[in-house]
Design a protein around this ligand. Structure first.
Ligand code: ATP
Ligand code: MG
Length: 249
């Protein structure tokens, strides 16, 4: 589904990624851990082709196609979706309109399908009338991002800290919806969506089963392995220790 080869990337002229390799197969879900400022968000925005995140080396292959030079809109059309870490407030666009737009409905109406999706995400009608993220609480913003992804239903789902600031009851809901976006209830051979989830405390892995975990350090994927082992080592001894253990084994 996604192959990143030797990717170097700068953000406003500052090198952030330095030869990063990552491969995600169809149907797999990966988690990415790493210290603040290590470039996790930059990686996702680079995968999506945001202009400020300039590729200076390497390439990104998606569904067999080299997309390194494609515009963001083209990448989204190919099936990429992202739930942002800190999405902006969008004045003048109601959440309901945004969800309808994400579903590909250009009627400008808040449709029955949009209402149904919102209900699944435990949003009342009132939220659909509010401007996107305007005055939303931290947890509501995370749910709003996932609602928009559910409407878009991408084949490759990127989630930037979907578990930060979410209370324990909503975490279950968020986990269930991410699981449904990623077809986690299907047998592995029947899953056609893949995911990459950034998390600090790995809370989301209590609710969504994941296949691989990676630690990002020094602008690269410094260590990869089975989630239980990688997450356990990071929680116990920190990122650098986990990377050292990886290099020794
Ligand atoms: N627009 C920008 N201009 C300058 N520097 C930037 C810009 N965006 C990101 N950076 C820098 O790039 C580095 C990587 O940032 P990034 O947001 O990717 O980190 P992160 O791993 O997601 O961190 P966190 O865990 O805190 O979310 C940081 O040092 C950040 O300050
Ligand atoms: Mg980040």
């Amino acid at each position: 589904m996604l192959e990143i080869e030797n990717l170097s990337l700068e953000v406003d002229g500052r090198p952030v990624l330095k030869g990063l390799d990552l491969r995600i197969e169809k149907g797999e879900c990966h988690v990415l851990l790493g210290p603040n400022g290590s470039g996790k968000t930059s990686l996702l925005l680079g995968i999506l082709g945001f202009p400020r995140y300039r590729v200076t080396g390497g390439r990104i292959i998606f569904k067999g196609e080299d997309i390194t030079d494609l515009k963001t809109a083209e990448r989204v059309k190919l099936g990429m979706g992202l739930a942002f870490q800190n999405p902006p407030v969008i004045r003048g666009i109601r959440l309901g309109d945004m969800v309808s737009l994400c579903r590909g409905d250009k009627s400008g109406e808040i449709t029955e399908e949009t209402r149904d999706l919102a209900k699944r995400m435990h949003f009342t009608e009132e939220f659909l009338e509010r401007d996107v993220n305007a005055g939303f609480s931290g947890g509501e913003i995370k749910r709003s991002e996932i609602l928009q992804l559910m409407a878009q239903d991408p084949d490759f789902v990127m989630l930037d800290e979907p578990d930060s600031g979410v209370d324990i009851e909503n975490m279950e809901l968020v986990g269930e919806m991410i699981g449904s976006l990623l077809h986690r209830r299907e047998l592995p051979s029947r899953r056609t969506a893949s995911g990459l989830i950034i998390t600090h405390l790995a809370t989301i892995t209590n609710y969504v089963d994941v296949d691989w975990a990676h630690v990002m350090l020094g602008g690269r994927i410094a260590c990869s392995g089975k989630p239980d082992r990688i997450i356990g080592e990071v929680m116990e001894g920190g990122y650098e220790k986990c990377v050292r253990e990886c290099q020794m084994s």
